[in-house]
Design a protein around this ligand. Structure first.
Ligand code: SF4
Length: 181
């Protein structure tokens, strides 16, 4: 029996230059409609004047381990896919927006056709053995899809000697995006 995967993403904020290639790759790969996005770039200013630093963060759905979007979805559309990702079954989605209200990361939008949409870690590509479009397109190699259940050492190597932060941890959802400082 094959080992169950648990996908997560590590994002190197020193490598990210904020070019938005990840955003446009995602829009193209996933036919994201005009005016919406599945991933985005955030700027975080840290420190106090005159010792300020700006951190660039590629951001998206956190594929939470205890995802409120799944808990509060009334139809079972939002679900755990078994590979560590949180996915949406469009056929079951009524567009009620309960998941949008439940998500502390503001990671979802309602597609004009009427269903909730968000980052899927390009699950359709993962099934073919490919990386997500954002990871493949990033020109500075800032994005890394990792399997937390793997013993390949990739996750540990990325975190070695680097401080790591996560967002809105106090919400208790078990987010799986890790930003390297
Ligand atoms: Fe759900 Fe939001 Fe967590 Fe993504 S970030 S799994 S949409 S609660």
């Amino acid at each position: 029996m094959s080992r169950k995967k648990n996908y997560a993403m590590v994002i190197d904020t020193r490598a990210c230059v904020g070019c938005s290639a990840c955003v446009y790759a995602c829009k193209s790969e996933n036919s994201v409609p005009e005016g919406f996005c599945r991933d985005w770039i955030e700027q975080k200013i840290q420190g106090s004047f005159p010792n300020l630093t700006m951190e660039l963060r590629s951001n998206r759905c956190q594929h939470c381990e205890d995802a409120p979007c799944v808990t509060y979805c009334p139809t079972g559309s939002s679900h755990y896919a078994g590979d560590g990702t949180v996915q949406i079954d469009r056929d079951l989605c009524t567009g009620c927006k309960a998941c949008l209200a439940a998500c502390p990361y503001d990671a979802r939008y309602i597609h004009p056709i009427g269903y909730a949409d968000k980052c899927s870690f390009c699950q359709h590509r993962l099934k073919k053995g490919l990386q997500p479009a954002c990871v493949t397109t990033c020109p500075t190699d800032a994005l890394h899809l990792v399997d937390l259940n793997s013993n390949d050492g990739i996750f540990e190597n990325l975190l070695e000697d680097r401080k790591t932060t996560q967002d809105i941890v106090h919400a208790g959802t078990g987010p799986k995006l890790f930003w390297l400082q």
